[in-house]
Design a protein around this ligand. Structure first.
Ligand code: PMP
Length: 416
């Protein structure tokens, strides 16, 4: 272990994070389980990338089969990308019928921003002030943890993210007022409003307790200004919410562009942007976009297998059922530091606060204690004070019971 840490530092440079005080060395995964180098197994309540389960045989087989036949780029004709995009776009409403395939969520969001700018002829962008949409130069200018070199660009405005610890912080009308103010500022500065980009469940913000309809006022303000709405579906997409394929269907708004990544290829790097034809045309005319690896035949085979498994194994219904059970367990948790519990399909949050202030040290202690009990979870939120459970979709009722019991026990060990 210390040998690997030393080699990492020597080869990857400083400030390359690992999870946990004592990092885990995972060597194998299957379904909802991860196995470390010492043969210890962990219940994976963290990873959404292995969406249909770690190393799902059907996805592995699809990747192997296509790899043995052909893998090249989209400048040759290939039915794989067309077959896939017909299936994918059929899951969308709102006229979102065309797509670009890329390799990462960051690239997808980079394209989405440029689509909005091409379609509107304006450059102003609005995001929440506690978000993460990726790591390209353009997209990282929306992130808030570290400012870009030279400071925040003036065409980006950040609005307060919904926040359960702030009175009225999950109120859609207040969010709408802030978005309208950001639009005014962008217009006065001469940028105009190209787009509002958001994750419809505000996952990185901490899965706050917003309700369907939350975006109504903000969406109306963006529409009135002629801007677009980009739904970043990297976290909620592909049926994680159980009853909806996409987060915007849950929150109840019509995006002009939707982006997706992480779960799309079950670990194979596949991501995408889905848009209305008029928005796609504006982008295609403004930029001659080509992505060497995006949408290659192996990527499409992996992504197609993911859709097959979601349907064949009924994973959305399963997620809805297990979510309800886990929500019941979370509601029954009792600890003075619990400021709120949330369930959005197979995505769960437990917010920890002391006297209305975030309690990140308590959250960290719980994450460590859970790990010691063989369960991997993570943290989100402005102060990293919210426990995040976001398991692969095959996470079942037995695992929910096990994780919830361990959570209740771990909380009891945390100092109040
Ligand atoms: N959008 C959201 C909401 C994300 O959480 C992330 C990654 N955590 C990204 C985009 C970026 O995706 P990627 O790491 O594949 O570039």
């Amino acid at each position: 272990m210390s040998d690997l840490l030393e080699r990492r530092a020597a080869l990857l440079g400083p400030n390359v994070p690992t999870f946990y005080r004592e990092p885990v060395h995972i060597v194998r995964g299957d379904g909802v389980w991860l196995h470390d180098a010492e043969g210890r197994r962990y219940l994976d309540c963290y990873n959404n990338v292995p969406h249909v389960g770690h190393c799902h045989p059907k996805v592995v087989e699809a990747i192997a089969r296509q790899s043995a036949l052909l893998n090249t780029h989209t400048r040759y004709l290939h039915a794989g990308i067309l077959d896939y995009l017909e299936r994918l776009t059929a899951t969308f409403g709102h006229g979102l019928s065309q797509a670009i395939m890329v390799c990462t969520g960051s690239e997808a969001n980079d394209i989405a921003l440029r689509m909005a700018q091409a379609a509107t002829g304006r450059t102003g962008l609005i995001a929440t002030d506690n978000t993460y949409h990726g790591n390209t130069a353009a997209v990282s200018a929306l992130n808030t943890r570290r400012p870009p070199i030279g400071g925040w660009p003036p065409h980006v405005r950040r609005v307060p993210a919904p926040d359960g610890l702030v009175p009225g912080g999950c109120d859609g009308a207040a969010f709408g007022v802030n978005v309208a103010r950001a639009i005014r500022e962008l217009e006065e500065a001469g940028f105009g409003c190209a787009a509002l980009i958001l994750c419809p469940i505000f996952a990185n913000e901490g899965l706050p307790d917003v309700a369907p309809g939350f975006l109504d006022q903000a969406a109306a303000a963006v529409r009135k200004a002629g801007g677009l709405i980009i739904s970043d579906e990297v976290q909620p997409g592909f049926g994680r919410l159980g009853r909806q394929w996409w987060g915007h269907d849950w929150l109840g708004f019509a995006p002009d562009v939707a982006t997706m990544g992480k779960p799309m290829g079950n670990g194979y790097p596949v991501a995408g942007v889905v848009a209305r034809p008029d928005v796609m045309a504006a982008f295609r005319e403004a930029f001659g976009y080509f992505n060497t690896f995006g949408g290659n035949p192996v990527a499409c085979a992996a992504a197609m297998a993911v859709l097959d498994v979601i349907e064949e194994e009924g994973l959305m219904d399963h997620a809805a059922r297990v979510s309800d059970r886990m929500a019941g367990h979370l509601a029954a948790l009792s600890h003075p530091l619990i400021a709120g519990v949330r369930a959005r399909g197979l995505f769960f949050a437990v917010e920890l606060a002391r006297d209305g202030m975030p309690a990140p040290e308590a959250a960290e202690a719980v994450v460590e204690t859970m790990k010691a009990r063989g369960i991997l979870i993570g943290r989100i939120g402005r102060a990293q004070h919210i426990l995040k459970l976001r398991p692969p979709m095959p996470f079942g009722t037995a695992e929910a019971d096990f994780a919830a019991e361990a959570l209740a026990d771990s909380l009891q060990e945390v100092a109040v």
